[in-house]
Structures are given as structure tokens and as C-alpha cells.
Design a binder for this molecule. Structure first.
Ligand code: ZN
Length: 96
């Protein structure tokens, strides 16, 4: 699936091992919660894109909470804060 210059992989599909991924990514070994409503989140897909900062092609990991807010972060920078996903409809989230 092509979206502009971004290749979307697994959009809308659960990750194979969301719990294992969460445990591997969480800095403090806690289940990630939505920064907006504090609902627990699940991994919902990866988006391959080019990072403006260093020009590197890497993936964003997307997360969806119980209230269908969609957040994502660079998969290789799990300790950085989550960012609000600008394309929530890709992951069955609430459009803004
Ligand atoms: Zn939420």
C-alpha cells in the first residue's frame, strides 16, 4: 500500500507479538498508556518512512488506545515520547 512517498506495512493489522514488542520497547517495563486518556494501548502497525532529521529510512510503530487515539514513535528510538499520528484512519482510529 502506497501513501504518498510512504510505504505502509501492516496497517490495521495487529503485530505478531504485541505483548513481546511492548515489553521490548517499554523503557520501564510498563504497559504503554495513551498520553491523552491514560487508556492502555496496543501495537497496530508499522509505517516505513524517511526521517527528516537524519534522512534515514526507518519505521514508526503505531499504537491505538481503547478510545481509538493513535500515537506513533520511531521504532529505533523507543525512549522518545510518542507523537500523535496525523493519519489515524490508517489504524481504525478516530479522525481529528
Ligand atoms: Zn486515548
Amino acid at each position: 500500500m502506497l501513501l504518498g512517498n510512504q510505504l505502509v506495512q501492516g496497517a490495521g493489522q495487529p503485530l505478531n507479538h504485541p505483548r513481546g514488542t511492548v515489553r521490548a520497547m517499554a523503557a520501564d517495563d510498563q504497559w504503554p498508556v495513551c498520553p491523552e486518556c491514560r487508556e492502555p494501548m496496543e501495537g497496530v502497525g508499522l509505517v516505513l518512512s524517511r526521517r527528516e532529521g537524519d534522512g534515514k529510512r526507518t519505521c514508526r510503530a503505531a499504537w491505538r488506545c481503547g478510545n481509538r487515539h493513535i500515537w506513533w514513535q520511531w521504532a529505533d528510538r523507543p525512549h522518545e515520547p510518542l507523537e500523535l499520528c496525523p493519519m489515524p484512519e490508517l489504524f481504525n482510529g478516530n479522525a481529528r
